[in-house]
Write a protein that binds this ligand. Sequence first.
Ligand SMILES: Cc1cc2nc3c(=O)[nH]c(=O)nc-3n(C[C@H](O)[C@H](O)[C@H](O)COP(=O)(O)O)c2cc1C
Length: 215
Amino acid sequence: MSTEPSVRVERRPTVVIAITGASGALYATRTLAALLADGVDVELVISDYGRRLLRDELGATATVDHLLPYLTERYGLRGDLGRITLHSNRDLGATIASGSRSCKAMAIVPCSMKTLAGVAHGLSRNLVERAADVMLKEGRRLVIVPRETPMSLPQLKNMVLCAEAGAMVLPAMPAFYQSPKTLDDLADFMAGKILSALGFEHALYPEWTGRVSGP
Ligand SMILES: Cc1cc2nc3c(=O)[nH]c(=O)nc-3n(C[C@H](O)[C@H](O)[C@H](O)COP(=O)(O)O)c2cc1C
């Protein structure tokens, strides 16, 4: 047995972000940009329909290959940013497929009803589902941001199953009491909620200070 003192490697906080094919790409990019700006390292996995969503909703410059330059320019990122490690959704041997890779938390944003079903039933058919399963089995924070309307009974039940398994279900439901003026204001609100749920402080929306008008 070695008598050398063990060396502790100080790592920056790491979170897993998964982007799947539900509407709301802006929620994902705002969340990613806020984490990177906070110096958080991100393990990123994007489903095939998540890739399509980025292109369809944000345009040709928001492809996976150009995501960091896109985020840097769109959100004016500067300074000591966190790093992105991109994983293939087909790679079930990726680091984040194992509980031994200690990630603080994971968010699936946005989360399609298909991926929601896969997580609810522990299917682990791809890396998004497997990484989510790892979070649940390790008792770590998993934030699911589903988007669909209206919702079927199986979809509602799948959200209950995820909540019962320990996930936080945080539906993509921006609020209007902060008087949003732009789509970015709405995305800021959702990203702020997601950062709070992941355990990070943020200034993406002002704290509610009380009533603005009487009852
Ligand atoms: C433009 C577009 C928008 C979509 N929006 C949603 C949505 O809001 N919610 C949803 O559950 N599925 C939505 N879908 C369907 C999913 O993308 C589809 O079920 C896909 O198989 C999900 O796979 P994934 O979870 O691996 O990304 C959308 C598909 C397209 C092409």
